[in-house]
Design a protein around this ligand. Structure first.
Ligand code: CP
Ligand code: NVA
Length: 301
């Protein structure tokens, strides 16, 4: 089984990984040998702090080994050949890539699970940590209203899919032309029919944040978009998360961000540093959720 996008796990499996994550967090010693004699290949085309550290720490804490390679894929040989080498030596391949198609190709050639550590389309490992964080903070995910304000990017796509799988109410406000991927929107709408979740796709911030339990944002300039930085900063300026938005939301509304933030761009420093901000809880939970996910993929529970 591979994990390239959020919906590679069924809703029941997402819940299972979240329950396992809570157990990992509370009783880490129980998991100390779960990856004994297992090796994880880590391929990173892009920079990372959280994903790279939590993978390596998580694998080590479960008694396994990880081997890291930074650099473009493919470098010297075709992606299919890379996959057919790595699968002979390792038990899981985890890759952070520019193009999602690179992951698809790794998957097509690999007999061992391939995990998406972020692509241009999705960031599913992040969203597992976000769901654990919300569950801890609110006691349950049931009925939560999550407003994403900013760029319809990889993090937004993954949040949209997971919220639809689990029946949350997701609203996304982006500038015109920066909406989430239309295929992902369609997939989320279909999932919502079953889960009873809802989805609002809008350019209007007020409609998205009114009554929301969570206001989530991400950088306006994702890795690989550096050349568009000036244009993006201008277009996204009205979408900066401010105190004003929280006045339209609920009393207990929390702020979330996958990190890294671009200082004083997508969110004010006051909100980022406030008691509402769960950003470092999210970051901590990257460790517990990646351990649970790897354990689930290798051992099935
Ligand atoms: N949130 C996240 O994936 O952070 P890194 O880019 O530092 O891994
Ligand atoms: N959207 C951001 C997320 C970083 C974790 C990016 O792709 O750069």
């Amino acid at each position: 089984m591979h994990y390239l996008k959020d919906t590679d796990l069924t809703p029941a499996q997402i819940k299972q990984v979240l329950a396992l994550s809570a157990e990992v967090k509370k009783y880490p010693a129980r998991f100390a040998s779960r990856l004994k004699n297992k090796t994880v290949a880590l391929l990173f085309e892009k920079a990372s702090l959280r994903t790279k550290f939590t993978l390596q720490i998580g694998v080590a804490e479960m008694g396994g080994y990880s081997v890291l390679n930074d650099g473009r894929i493919p470098d010297r040989e075709p992606i299919g050949d890379i996959a057919r080498n790595l699968e002979r030596w390792t038990d899981i391949i985890v890759a952070r890539v520019y193009a999602h198609s690179t992951l698809e190709e790794l998957k097509n050639y690999s007999k061992v699970p391939v995990v998406n550590a972020l692509s241009d389309l999705y960031h599913p490992c992040q969203v597992l940590a976000d769901m654990l964080t919300l569950e801890e903070h609110f006691g349950s995910l049931r009925g939560l209203k999550l407003a994403f304000v900013g760029d319809g990017n990889n993090v937004a796509n993954s949040l949209m899919l997971t919220c639809a799988s689990l029946g949350l109410h997701f609203r996304i406000a982006t500038p015109k032309g920066y909406e989430a991927n239309p295929k992902v929107i369609k997939e989320a709408q279909n999932l919502n029919k079953k889960s009873k979740g809802t989805l609002l796709v809008t350019n209007n911030i007020e409609n998205a944040v009114r009554g929301a339990d969570v206001i989530y944002t991400d950088t306006w300039v994702s890795m690989g978009q550096e050349k568009e930085a000036d244009t993006r900063r201008r277009i996204f300026a009205p979408y900066k998360v401010t105190e004003q938005m929280f006045k339209l939301a609920n009393r207990g509304t929390v702020f979330m961000h996958c990190l890294p933030k671009h200082p004083n761009e997508e969110v004010t420093e006051d909100i980022f540093e406030s008691k509402r901000s769960l950003v470092f809880e999210q970051a901590e939970n990257r460790l517990h959720t990646i351990k649970a996910l790897l354990n689930f993929l290798v051992n099935g529970a």
